[in-house]
Design a protein around this ligand. Structure first.
Ligand SMILES: [Zn+2]
Ligand SMILES: [Zn+2]
Length: 490
């Protein structure tokens, strides 16, 4: 359903991508944080964290290599005490206490797993060490583990619980980026899922809750979206809600992920001598150039939050031959998936028009679409409540939506079942933003620091409690599902 203009005007504008076209969770993370507000924010105190060098590869060894890291502030002592008081009050609730203690009890083990993943970054669909490490650990913790699940060698599902009345799904990612390792912090996402699952497992066992937790190991988020394959292979059937966490340089529960699709465009013409008999040829490069130009003209009629960007990959073989074949690739992005669908129709008209006017034929091959995130309000309010209870306050929804933009396969999940994808700041624990982009070496370094670990466990406790709330409060689950049905109906 197209958005009405009023609603659309309230959507965030987006930045130009700096990443690969097809996918990648946060390939267009906007670095909005180097501004006056941030310069005057709470960044005065120097870091007193020690580097975790013994287990890290040389690239991550020294703060000196990443001078920005030496400026990472610590939370002020006074607010740390206030935070401790809040946590004490929060854990008067017996469920929060159980979750809190269960996750704290495995903190050291999870830290080791996180650093091992960080020291051994594996690319999409090659996450063999991560798969082994995580599944062995989960099995030791009493989960029933299915390795290489749902058609993917490096995917898994681990389950715990005593009933299938309510099934809470959690996702762990663990793929890394070429050259810069865990620059998206998926080592932290991996342990955030494990911590959340353990928190839920303990709560279910201790209070004999009629519920099940399923932790999904989801490979290849950075490339072609392992979750989409798993979704298509039935992994999430019977799961009531599916949630995950992602580290970032800001605390955001309403992430403005973009929906996208990518198309390969091939024009087929006829070769001829470019000087002796050009009239006998059909020029496939003319078609590609016309398409590129007409998309440029079309931009005037596009909403400013939408993007179409492309390249000509193959423009012909020799200057004295009329090109008989060309290949281009375009990525189409918009804040909402239904906008991408409409934009695709316009783009197709332009691409086909270029074929008609040159006499070429055209073949369009659309890729794997990534949808935007449908943040379930009822779920995210519970998560927010538990983060507030641990001392973390969020900016307004509008401000949050203006901060980040990227694309993730969790978006497709959020259209298939109710979910949330909160982002947690791994650099500042006090709710203030930090001027560091994801997919950078600095962020990879930060993903191995103790502060990131602390932030991960705090968020995991909140996510586990969000799951507990869904199990305990049948009315909440009903509301979550009702909202989901409403937001996905055409
Ligand atoms: Zn990423
Ligand atoms: Zn990521």
């Amino acid at each position: 359903m197209p958005l009405d203009p009023e609603k659309r005007d309230s959507l965030p504008s987006v930045s130009t991508s700096t990443g690969a076209g097809a996918a990648g969770c946060l390939d267009v993370f906007r670095n909005l944080f180097v501004n006056d507000k941030i310069k005057t924010a709470k960044h005065q105190q120097p870091s007193n964290e020690k580097p975790l060098d013994s287990t890290l590869p040389p690239a991550y060894e020294s703060h000196a290599e990443y001078p920005e890291m030496s400026q990472v502030p610590t939370t002020a002592a006074a607010s740390a005490q206030a935070q401790a008081d809040l946590v004490e009050a929060w854990t008067k609730n017996e469920f929060a206490k159980a979750v809190h203690e269960a996750i704290e009890a495995v903190s050291t083990e999870l830290r080791q797993i996180s650093l091992q993943l960080h020291s051994n970054p594996e690319l999409a669909y090659e996450e063999y060490k991560a798969h082994a490490l995580l599944t062995d650990y989960l099995e030791k913790k009493g989960f029933a583990v299915q390795r290489s699940a749902y058609g993917l060698e490096t995917a898994f599902v681990a389950r715990a619980g005593n009933s299938d009345k309510v099934t809470i799904g959690i996702c762990s990612e663990y793929d890394a980026l070429p050259g810069i390792g865990h620059a998206c912090g998926h080592n932290l996402i991996a342990i955030s899922g494990v911590a959340t699952a353990i928190g839920l497992q303990v709560a279910i066992q201790k209070f004999n809750l009629e519920a099940e937790v399923k932790l999904f190991g989801t490979p290849a988020e950075e490339t072609t979206g392992g979750k989409i394959v798993m979704l298509n292979n039935g992994a999430f059937e019977g799961v009531d809600v599916c949630m995950m966490l992602h580290g970032a340089n800001a605390d955001v529960i309403y992430p403005a992920f973009l929906a996208l699709d990518t198309v390969d465009v091939e024009y087929f013409g006829k070769a001829s001598h470019a000087s002796a008999s050009p009239w006998e040829g059909i020029n496939a490069l003319d078609a590609a150039v016309l398409a590129y130009t007409n998309i440029g003209l079309m931009r005037q009629q596009m909403h400013p939050s939408q993007r179409v960007h492309g390249i000509i990959k193959d423009g012909g073989q020799a200057v004295n031959i009329i090109p008989e074949y060309t290949k281009s690739t375009y990525t189409v992005r918009a804040p909402k998936w239904d906008e991408v669908v409409l934009l695709k129709q316009k783009i197709e008209r332009v691409l086909k028009g270029a074929a008609t006017s040159t006499g070429c034929t055209v073949k369009l091959t659309w890729g794997v679409p990534y949808k935007d995130i449908l943040t379930n309000e009822h779920l995210v309010k519970r998560f927010e409540h538990h983060m507030n209870a641990q001392g973390l306050k969020y900016a307004s929804k509008t401000e949050q939506l203006s901060k980040l933009s990227g694309s993730t396969d969790m978006g497709n999940m959020s259209y298939a079942l109710p979910g949330i994808h909160p982002m947690f700041n791994i650099l500042n624990l006090d709710g203030s933003d930090y001027p560091m982009g994801l997919h950078t070496k600095d962020f990879a370094h930060a993903a191995a620091q103790p502060k990131g670990h602390t932030a991960t466990l705090r968020a995991a406790k909140s996510l586990a409690m969000t799951g507990v709330d869904c199990i305990l409060d049948k009315n909440l689950l009903k509301q979550v599902k009702h909202e989901f049905a409403k937001s996905t109906q055409q």
